[in-house]
Design a protein around this ligand. Structure first.
Ligand code: IPD
Length: 272
């Protein structure tokens, strides 16, 4: 299959920016429209409206492609390309008006499993400050048009580390133990609340390394391409690829040290 990666990157960016314009119209007060895995896992009307917009635009521009979106699920296509959409990554931040939320749009091929798919193109558009990360497979990663370069690898000790927490109390209990063990070893820990932005921020040097258990394909598709095209490794634990059980991203030494640390503490399993 011939795929025009630069054209997919361009479209991903157009889509993310257009949805971003809609999300930016955030009203003063936002209500929770529904909850998912727990009361902490929320959906707003804007998540749904932005995904509807993205789906309409993809159907117009590339009617044969499949779509996998956070809010409306999977609609298979026939072209071999699937768009993976997170209309608002960082919905809790959006709900509270904390300015770290983004639209994430990616085109993937080869399946819907982050451990084995190929992400062809991606864009993460930070809605409030407008920062826009783009990447094309084999074509590099960019922040606002500036090419991102491989960064210095100082290992895990003293690293600025990003992470995120799951939505259930049992998972969080175990995650708290892992964070407590990591904290004395690193420079500090950030929990920004948008996995897509975390992965992109690893690519652009605002975090040294990042890990999270429980990411869904839409949280990570575009961000993992940005990170890897910027020279980062994006892996799972115990030799597995990244995905639902664990995603670790950063420069090679730091990432491998962190993956070993996490595996030794069964960070890819829940307590109990
Ligand atoms: C969430 C964010 C958060 C991460 C969660 C995700 P959503 O995505 O990326 O940082 O910790 O695992 O579910 O629900 O805001 O799209």
């Amino acid at each position: 299959m011939h795929t025009d990666v630069p054209a997919l990157v361009l479209l991903a960016e157009q889509l993310a920016r257009e949805a971003g314009d809609l999300v930016r119209t955030r009203p003063e007060t936002v209500a929770v429209a529904a909850t998912k895995s727990s009361a902490a896992d929320v959906v707003t009307a804007m998540d749904m409206a932005a995904e509807d917009l993205l789906r309409r635009r993809i159907a117009q521009a590339r009617p044969l492609d499949g779509i996998l979106g956070e809010e409306h699920g999977h609609e298979p296509g026939t072209s071999g390309v699937t768009w993976v959409l997170d209309p608002i990554d960082g919905t809790v931040n959006y709900l509270y008006g904390i300015p770290a939320y983004a639209v994430s749009v990616a085109a993937v091929t080869g399946g819907l499993d982050p451990a084995s798919w190929t992400v062809l193109a991606g864009c993460v558009h930070a809605v409030v400050d407008g920062r826009t990360w783009t990447a094309g497979q084999g074509h590099g990663a960019f922040l606002d048009g500036r090419r991102l370069e491989r960064r210095e690898d100082r290992g895990l000790d003293g690293a600025l580390l990003g992470t995120g927490f799951g939505y259930t109390a049992d998972r969080r209990r175990h995650q708290a133990e892992i964070v407590a063990a990591l904290l004395p070893r690193v420079r500090d820990i950030r929990r920004m609340g948008s996995a897509a932005m975390d992965l992109c921020t690893v690519g652009s040097g605002g975090l040294d390394v990042y890990y999270e258990r429980g990411l869904n394909p839409w949280d990570m598709a575009a961000g993992m391409l940005v990170a890897s095209e910027a020279g980062a490794e994006v892996i799972g634990l115990r030799g597995e690829g990244p995905g639902l059980s664990m995603t670790v991203a950063g420069p090679r030494t730091a990432t491998r040290e962190l993956a070993e640390f996490l595996a030794a503490r069964d960070a890819d399993r829940d307590a109990g």
